[in-house]
Write a protein that binds this ligand. Structure first.
Ligand code: ADP
Length: 156
């Protein structure tokens, strides 16, 4: 059976922290679906198309990685794509508390799916998409925080 994991998130935009988790998870799975969640109530900053395009560029030439978007329940999409694992990154104790709740609810909703957590690499602990957006909107240099392959458009 194919070991397929889904890595769900907003990726608005993808950061070096996300990239690091995905690359470190590669030896654990046959396939990783990076899934951009579309939240009807919370419109993202960058378009879903751009977010997917940047993730695809980062993992160009890596056959184990696929990029999709989804809406609705994460466990439902997991089932739809036959992924047996959910992949999540843990940065802080706040992440842990949040992930524990979500992970335990997901387990109730679909007991066959296991969530796998990887601890962040220390230098990426402080990187998150919302800080990257703030720096970007204010004209700061975000290149240290986003993958080398990603080039954000000039701020309007
Ligand atoms: P969400 O929209 O659910 O907050 P994100 O798009 O920010 O999700 O992130 C998706 C996943 O990537 C989450 O598991 C999150 O913990 C993880 N992640 C985000 N930033 C980092 C980082 N700097 N280091 C490790 N994991 C991270």
């Amino acid at each position: 059976m194919v070991k397929r994991a889904m890595f769900p998130g907003s990726f608005d935009p993808i950061t070096r922290g996300h990239e690091n988790i995905i690359r470190r998870a590669l030896p654990l799975f046959d396939e990783i679906i990076v899934a951009v969640g579309i939240n009807i109530e919370k419109k993202g900053y960058f378009s879903v198309e751009d977010r997917m395009k940047w993730i695809t560029k980062v993992f160009e030439g890596e056959p184990k990685i696929k990029v999709l978007s989804y809406s609705g329940l994460t466990v439902d999409f997991c089932r739809e794509i036959s992924a047996g694992y959910l992949l999540r990154g843990l940065r802080t104790s706040a992440d842990f508390e949040f992930e524990r709740t979500v992970g335990q609810v997901n387990k109730k909703l679909n007991p066959s799916i296991e969530t796998v957590f990887l601890l962040t690499t220390p230098e990426y602990t402080s990187i998150n998409s919302s800080i990257v957006r703030d720096v970007y909107k204010n004209g700061g240099d975000v290149s240290l925080f986003i993958p080398d392959a990603v080039e954000l458009p000039a701020v309007m």
